[in-house]
Design a protein around this ligand. Structure first.
Ligand SMILES: Cc1cc2nc3c(=O)[nH]c(=O)nc-3n(C[C@H](O)[C@H](O)[C@H](O)COP(=O)(O)OP(=O)(O)OC[C@H]3O[C@@H](n4cnc5c(N)ncnc54)[C@H](O)[C@@H]3O)c2cc1C
Length: 664
């Protein structure tokens, strides 16, 4: 019954075939922003990362009144600023055979055939516009000597289609989006609310009509109404405590929308990135990514001999003392066609496999080498610095090892100090369910960027998150939202005095009081860290039915501890960072359980979701297309009840669904 409900809704919104010809409603646009009509339509955009800032700027430019919220003191501090390696587009500047179709195909295949075909095609189509838009904004993409924009390769592709600005692509793109946003602020079309956190979405007559936001400086709750609400609030990787995400990343807005009826889709699809600086102690609160772009020139290896690995772990041997013939470049060995540039899920599992077998290279045995010796010998250190200078510096600052330092010479071959890397939680492919127009299952509520589930299936390819966030923000949402707003033009502005607003505000206020009044003994971070351990151990890289059940049980027990033994100092008034963190942690619990439920229900392995029971003899993910070729949408049933699964069947027309192959 429930399944039919979603299927119908989706069919009515998705155009036929993979080519998205009907996704812009120009008539509606003319009606809405024609200055003669003097329409005043308000849109709330929550988030100022690449998705939120680009959407707010575009909507402002198109004539809407935008209220734009973020938790940081400036939009420029959104997590997107951390993005390092680049952004994909099918420009084919390298003339290496790239095309819209090829980007579409690589993305669907990279996602292990679990993404919606039509969405991905649209993404590939608009990818080129994003580069033009950003160049027009002045984003300083790297260029070739002759002036053309440069490209490099990312995992899962055999062409060079990634545009980049050193290892700071996210920062430069965000500055571009921010300048467009600022122009709209200046023009009076966007009103910015920095240091505001959305605590709830307000539903009136079944539609999203506003939000309750907390002023993080004064502590005051405030009500905001609009004709539509867009959330662009990022991913939920921090449910695992240790991740490459910014410390402020949280899923509170998404989970509140879920509690109000928005489906959460494919939460089990969590990306574990292969090239992060390994965990080095129990006092750590953050992990650092070493961009995937490094795999263009860095080669990943562990020793061939177990005795060498043992010595490395004991510290009696160094990586640069091991000669070429005793190194196992295991990705090149296992996947000759893609080598070090296999997709992230494949590279992460291969690293874990080597370490599990005892070949890990650091004192914990949980690291592999990423080595630039061959590239430095061939191209020189300066070339490496030009491409990855800031990443080499960042690595040195954290580990005190500079990857370009000459360390040894064996038989005339120079060896430089390698990086040590290990997989870590990085990105969440799952998120709020949206239809083809990026509308959630709550009318009037839209979700864009990392916080929705839309385009990456079970595994995201590198440099595709920025592409998706900016596609959503600059080119998709500004049009599709008008199909909704076209009918809203006749509605008077919604008053925030409505009982629905009062009730939502009271519920948030009560919840803040509840958390403050627990007055237990444990800090938010100590419980969050424990949740992270549970998530990593039972819902992490290798999952089993038994482990997932155990994980859910442990999460429930820990949540009881949270509800009865939490200590939040201070009060509701004024700045209270601990209180804000407590709210985030409350929602990480809900999210964590959703991830586990989804993983338990999906009796197959695909992309970032690896169930150990379902693997090939070679340890590759084994899909079950007969039974699991669907988007798993979870519907909230109440605080003490398990969520209900609703299935959105996937339909592929342009691409033949097959087993992924990166070997030949
Ligand atoms: C280290 C690192 C490197 C990366 N490198 C790349 C790369 O090279 N290429 C690539 O394609 N991708 C990369 N990614 C992924 C990519 O950066 C993110 O997926 C993307 O930036 C997410 O953008 P977003 O706009 O959806 O969300 P975010 O950038 O996370 O922004 C979320 C926004 O929502 C706001 N917010 C959140 N909750 C609330 C709330 N309750 N109320 C109000 N505001 C709220 C925040 O203030 C913020 O403004 C990288 C990720 C990491 C961690």
């Amino acid at each position: 019954m429930a399944t039919e409900k979603v299927t119908k809704k989706i069919e009515s919104r998705i155009p036929e075939g993979p080519v998205a010809e009907k996704w812009t409603n120009y008539k509606a646009h003319q009606r809405l922003v024609n200055p003669k009509n003097k329409l005043k339509l308000d849109v709330i955009v929550v988030g100022t990362g690449l998705a939120g800032a680009s959407a707010a700027a575009s909507l402002g430019e198109m004539g809407f009144n935008v209220l734009n919220f973020c938790i940081q003191d400036s939009p420029r501090r959104a997590h997107s600023i951390a993005a390092q390696g680049g952004i994909n587009a099918a420009k084919n500047y390298q003339n290496d055979g790239d095309s819209v179709y090829r980007l579409f195909y690589d993305t669907v295949k990279g996602g292990d055939y679990r993404a919606r075909e039509a969405n991905v095609y649209r993404l590939a189509e608009v990818s080129n516009n994003i580069i033009d838009q950003c160049v027009a904004q002045g984003v300083p993409f790297a260029r070739e000597y002759g002036g053309m924009l440069a490209n490099r390769s990312f995992g899962g592709a055999q062409v060079s289609r990634t545009f980049y600005a050193k290892g700071q692509t996210g920062q430069q793109l965000l500055l571009g989006a921010y300048s467009s946003l600022s122009a709209q602020v200046q023009a009076g079309k966007v009103k910015l609310f920095t240091r505001y956190e959305m605590e709830d979405v307000v539903i009136v007559d079944g539609r999203a009509r506003g939000i309750i936001a907390k002023n993080l400086v004064t502590g005051k709750l405030e009500r905001f109404s609009a004709n539509a609400v867009v959330i662009a609030t990022g991913g939920y990787g921090n449910a695992y405590f240790l991740s490459t995400n910014a410390m402020g990343c949280n899923c509170t807005a998404a989970i509140q929308c879920y509690r109000k009826g928005a489906y959460m889709a494919n939460p089990a699809y969590v990306q574990i990135h292969p090239t992060c600086i390994p965990v080095h102690g129990d006092k750590q609160s953050k992990l650092t990514l070493m961009s995937e772009s490094l795999r263009n020139d860095g080669r990943i290896w562990v020793p061939k001999k177990l005795e060498d690995a043992k010595k490395l772990q004991e510290g009696t041997l160094q990586g640069w003392e091991i000669p070429e013939e005793d190194r196992d470049y295991y990705l090149e060995r296992r996947y000759p066609a893609f080598g070090n540039l296999v997709p992230r899920d494949v590279a992460s599992r291969a690293a874990k496999e080597r370490c599990d077998k005892g070949f890990g290279v650091n004192n914990t045995g949980l690291a592999v080498f990423l080595d630039f010796s061959e590239s430095i010998n061939r191209l020189g250190l300066d070339a490496m610095k030009q491409r990855y200078g800031n990443l080499f510096d960042m690595y040195e600052e954290i580990t005190d090892v500079y990857p370009g330092d000459l360390a040894n010479e064996i038989n005339g071959v120079k060896y430089y100090k390698p990086m040590m890397i290990y997989p870590a939680i990085h990105y969440t492919m799952g998120g709020v369910w949206v239809d083809y127009e990026l509308q959630t299952s709550i009318p009037g509520l839209f979700a864009i960027g990392e916080c929705n589930f839309s385009d990456h299936g079970a595994n995201r390819l590198g440099a595709s998150a920025l592409m998706q966030g900016l596609a959503d923000g600059y080119f998709v949402l500004p049009y599709t939202i008008q199909n909704y707003l076209a009918d809203q033009a006749i509605w008077p502005r919604i008053s925030t005095d409505l009982p629905e607003f009062a009730a939502a505000e009271k519920a948030v206020d009560d919840e803040l009081s509840r958390l403050l009044n627990i007055k237990g003994k444990r800090s938010v971070d100590s419980i969050h860290k424990e949740l992270g351990h549970i998530m990593w151990e039972y819902v992490g890289m290798g999952r089993t039915a038994e482990g997932l059940q155990e994980g859910i049980k442990k999460m429930k027990e820990l949540q009881k501890e949270f509800d009865t033994n939490l200590f939040v100092p201070g009060s509701k008034e004024g700045l209270n960072v601990e209180l804000d963190k407590a709210i985030h942690l409350r929602d990480f619990f809900t999210m964590g359980e959703l991830v586990a439920h989804d993983a338990l229900s999906r009796n197959e392995s695909c992309g970032g979701h690896f169930r150990e029971e379902y693997q090939t003899e070679e340890g590759e993910a084994k899909r079950d297309d007969k039974n699991y070729f669907y988007v798993g949408c979870w519907e909230y049933q109440g605080a003490d009840k398990d969520p209900e699964l609703i299935k959105e069947p996937l339909e592929y027309e342009a691409i033949k669904v097959q087993t992924r192959n990166y070997k030949n």
